[in-house]
Design a binder for this molecule. Structure first.
Ligand code: SF4
Length: 362
């Protein structure tokens, strides 16, 4: 293990040239030192008491031709997930209204496709327009996109496109065989070129090594632009998928992954996503301390009175956390990443505020 003084403290402005050794050195820091650094960087760019809340709705479930080893929606695995058709715009809109009422500021629509058919793009575009009209940020995850499809979604008003790198480049072919790592990078390029913000992270607990977790985060941080949102998923093992029975990831290693993501991509939303439901309150609190500042409410959490929603609200109250408000300033929203050293304050009034110092406001 390197001495604390040997590990790299990330400077400002944002870097896109992280070496694997540098990322690995951060992972190898003593746990208290790593958390201290990540918490400090978190406060430089965000109000550390605010957590952005996104809601994910599956608008088309199951029947996917891909073979992602973790996914119950892959047609080839017998997981009990029934394939559904694309939801109607009206039904999606109803869910979006519920999400907004539950405190969500961003609504993500997911479809289990390898890539959307061109004939589906107008249907998804209609959903995006309607959801956006509610005053929610819009996000979609539909699989691989062509440049033309990305532009059509952007024209419909899509703010974010989610497309995860899944895992490290060198581990990719252990998990997925129906596409290449480079395919992911191509779609992300189309999304950026169309002018949309990217939501891009990965999954840990797939049986990868720490070196490979470092490889995932290194690749994310070295993209031409840091993803605006970085979902860090913890594998949810589903019977019938090839990864069921994988050794559980040490919870502290998950926290380390969150902390390193925060250090490498200091102005991105680092999101606790899949696997959060099975985390203890204490583990989630450690993740927030390590720089996580966004959570996913899953589709099943949309109804009020749901025990999981109640648990989240209670946890926010116990920890003194608040949902991050959606702030529109001059056509931009709080989650924008500003690559120069003058990021706008996030979730706060910009007037007269020092962006480099965000203490928790009551
Ligand atoms: S592409 Fe998406 S829906 Fe399809 S198997 Fe992979 S993770 Fe599941």
């Amino acid at each position: 293990m390197p001495a604390v003084s040997e590990a790299t403290v990330p400077p400002s402005p944002l870097r896109h040239d992280w070496s694997r050794a540098e990322v690995r050195a951060l992972f190898d820091l003593p746990f208290p030192e790593l958390l201290h650094r990540a918490a400090s960087v978190h406060r430089e760019h965000f109000d550390a008491c605010e957590v952005q809340v996104s809601t994910l709705l599956s608008v088309k479930t199951g029947g996917c031709p891909e073979d992602c080893g973790y996914c119950p929606q892959a047609q080839r695995y017998h997981t009990g997930v029934d394939a559904t058709k694309l939801m109607s715009t009206e039904a999606v809109l109803e869910k979006a209204k519920q999400a907004k009422a539950a405190g969500a500021s961003r609504f993500c629509m997911g479809a289990a496709w390898r890539s959307p058919a061109d004939r589906d793009i107008p249907k998804v575009a209609a959903m995006i327009q309607e959801v956006k009209a509610l005053g929610l940020e819009t996000c979609a995850t539909l699989g691989m996109l062509s440049g033309t499809q990305a532009k059509a979604l952007k024209d419909a008003g899509l703010d974010y496109y989610n497309h995860n790198l899944d895992t490290a480049p060198e581990f990719y072919n252990e998990i997925i065989h129906t596409r290449e790592f480079a395919d992911r990078l191509d779609t992300l390029a189309h999304v950026r070129d169309a002018g949309m913000k990217t939501c891009c992270g990965g999954i840990v607990g797939l049986g990868e090594s720490r070196e490979q977790r470092a490889g995932l985060l290194q690749t994310l941080a070295n993209l031409p632009a840091h993803p605006d949102s970085v979902p860090i998923n913890r594998l949810v093992q589903v019977e019938g998928t090839p990864l069921a029975g994988t050794a559980e990831l040490d919870p502290f290693e998950f926290v380390r992954t969150i902390a390193v993501a925060r250090l490498l991509m200091p102005r991105s939303m680092v999101r606790l996503s899949a696997g959060r439901e099975s985390m203890s309150d204490e583990l989630q609190a450690l993740c927030f301390l390590a720089g996580a500042n966004s959570i996913f409410y899953g589709e099943k959490l949309l109804t009020t009175g749901n025990p999981d929603t109640e648990r989240d609200l209670a946890l926010f109250a116990r920890l003194g956390l608040r949902p991050m408000p959606l702030v529109e300033t001059a056509g931009t929203v709080h989650a924008d990443i500003v690559e120069a050293g003058n990021a706008a304050p996030l979730g706060t009034d910009t007037a007269g505020t020092d962006a480099a110092s965000h203490a928790c406001a009551a």
